[in-house]
Design a protein around this ligand. Structure first.
Ligand SMILES: [Fe+2]
Length: 185
């Protein structure tokens, strides 16, 4: 089975009915992955990126949510139930600087032991897609997206503190991807 149609179908199956807003976000992020596929440096990994983008939030799905970390829950489902490619699982497990959230939830050792991170272009690209799409699937920019996240969570909450720490790293990822995209124009 081709990786991308499989990923799209699995994401739809897990999110579309039960979590329609999350599904809308996923579809928007999926559109951006198509745009990023034109970055020459991605090479043969363009389809892997697209599959990761479509599947990055499946850990929110009822039945999969377990540890409080949707990144880890989604990756475990892909590894244990879907027997997915280990690189795909690792990208989901670590997406959008999940290692920071894992530290705040005392899950960092678990996350790193189960899914060795894959830093670099794929992680940057996944972060770029995630923070450039609103919860409703519209295009946005990282600054507005982070403002929206900070407005939803109280200072002191795990998400607020995680995102405070992740913000400079997210902007660095976005800058690296934006620079690569500008060379494709
Ligand atoms: Fe997302």
């Amino acid at each position: 089975m081709d990786l991308l149609p499989w990923a799209q179908s699995l994401a739809e199956q897990l999110l579309a009915q039960e979590l329609p807003r999350r599904w809308a976000h996923t579809q928007g992020v999926g559109y951006l992955a198509e745009v990023l596929a034109g970055i020459p440096a991605l090479g043969d990994d363009a389809e892997l990126l697209a599959a990761a983008v479509w599947l990055h939030d499946i850990g929110y799905a009822p039945g999969l949510a377990d540890t409080g970390m949707h990144q880890l829950d989604g990756a475990r489902h892909l590894r244990d139930t879907e027997k997915a490619n280990p690189r795909l699982c690792a990208l989901i497990a670590h997406h959008t600087y999940a290692d920071i959230e894992a530290r705040h939830r005392d899950l960092h050792a678990v996350l790193e032991a189960e899914f060795p991170p894959i830093p670099g272009l794929l992680a940057d690209a996944l972060t770029y897609c995630d923070v450039s799409t609103t919860p409703d699937g519209e295009l946005t920019n990282a600054k507005d997206r982070l403002t929206e996240i900070f407005a939803r969570y109280a200072p002191g909450s795990i998400v607020y503190e995680t995102m405070t720490e992740a913000t400079p790293l997210i902007f660095e990822s976005v800058a690296r991807i934006s620079a690569l995209m500008s060379t494709c124009l």
